[in-house]
Design a protein around this ligand. Structure first.
Ligand code: 13P
Length: 340
């Protein structure tokens, strides 16, 4: 294992003013996204959409890496350039989602465990040869009556640690993503409690499995009120609770924390990230983004599957990426939303 190489890739992933675009929707998820604009999910439509995202000119100023799905890492742009090559030529690191999705956990109603460890070493080697520099594995933790159980938290931490160790063996930086869902009517305090326990368990397990934290990126949820909670915490409260949670759980050797958007609106996701970076504190880890929906929603809604809208959609993509780039410095303001 080349620790230096892993550490330098990890640092590049959270370079100043930049974050990660999550474009690794599985076949099932992208079908839902394309259905939202009344577009059929054919291989060509999925390719054309990803092509639009990746060929947006200037987006590399704000995007350090892109997470791809198995189908996408093998696809090509219209001129025949494989997507990983196209991204690398722009200075963007291609990444891969090698997990097989979160499935219902047997014996634990309402809870999930992520599958995909079998054959993972060979798959990671193949992805590395296809040009990937990092990978991402998503675990799902659900808040509800009597859940999450410690068993579910531990089982997911174990899978994340085994995945991360295999990634580092082949020279890929693992993004470890334990997502505490925002579904439900729980309070922000409950979210902080569950996120804290989840991250504590995760880092204990990563160290037990000899994962090198200097070459690991954390992708967590923000500490936030449940979607149906009557009291919705504001950006300042979210920023304070989230940073407090990380100070209690995330070792200083982790180079960066990249948030998922998890169902927040694009504006909320940008505003909340900005609030953390505007706290005026120097944190040991970079606080950045790895948004899927919060970067893509406005792009999809502008594109609508019509080739005539590609340029307008790319403009929207560039603008959204730029706003999140500003939030990396704590320099975003709502007025900037209009300027696009
Ligand atoms: P969202 O930002 O849409 O939550 O997606 C991020 C992601 O990669 C989930 O695995």
């Amino acid at each position: 294992m080349n620790i230096q190489e892993l550490a330098s890739t990890a640092q590049a992933m959270v370079a100043e003013g930049k974050g990660i675009l999550a474009a690794d929707e599985s076949t099932g998820t992208i079908k839902k996204r394309l259905a939202s604009i009344n577009l059929e999910s054919t291989e060509e439509n999925r390719r054309a959409y990803r092509d639009l995202l990746f060929t947006t000119s200037g987006v590399e100023e704000y995007i350090s890496g892109v997470i791809l799905f198995d189908e996408t890492i093998r696809q090509k742009s219209l001129d025949g350039t494989p997507f990983p090559e196209l991204l690398k030529a722009k200075g963007i690191i291609p990444g891969i989602k090698p997990d097989k999705g979160a499935k219902p956990m047997a014996g634990f109603p309402g809870e999930k465990i992520t599958e995909g460890l079998d054959g993972l070493r060979e798959r990671l080697e193949e992805y590395r040869n296809l040009g990937a520099g990092f990978a991402k594995w998503r675990a799902v933790i659900t808040i509800g009556d009597g859940i999450p159980t410690n068993t579910c938290i531990n089982a997911n931490a174990h899978a994340l640690a085994r995945y991360a160790a295999l990634c580092q063996e082949v020279g890929l930086v693992p993004i470890v993503e334990p997502e505490v869902l925002m579904d439900g009517d729980h309070t922000i305090e409950r979210c902080e409690e569950v996120t804290t326990i989840t991250l504590q368990q995760l880092f204990t397990t990563l160290l037990e499995y000899r994962v090198v934290l200097e070459g690991t990126i954390l992708k967590p949820n923000m500490v936030i009120s449940g979607k149906d909670c009557p009291r919705q915490a504001d950006a300042k409260e979210i920023a304070e609770a989230t940073v407090r949670c990380f100070k209690n759980t995330v070792p200083n050797t982790v180079p960066g924390i990249v948030f998922l958007s998890g169902g927040q609106s694009p504006e909320e996701a940008t505003e909340n990230l900005n609030a953390m970076n505007a706290m005026g504190e120097k944190f040991p880890w970079e606080l950045s983004f790895s948004y899927g929906r919060a970067l893509q929603e406005p792009v999809l809604n502008t594109w609508k599957g019509d080739p005539a809208n590609v340029q307008a959609a790319q403009k929207v993509h560039h603008h959204r990426a730029k706003l999140n780039g500003a939030a990396r410095y704590g320099k975003y303001s709502k007025e900037m939303e209009k300027a696009g």
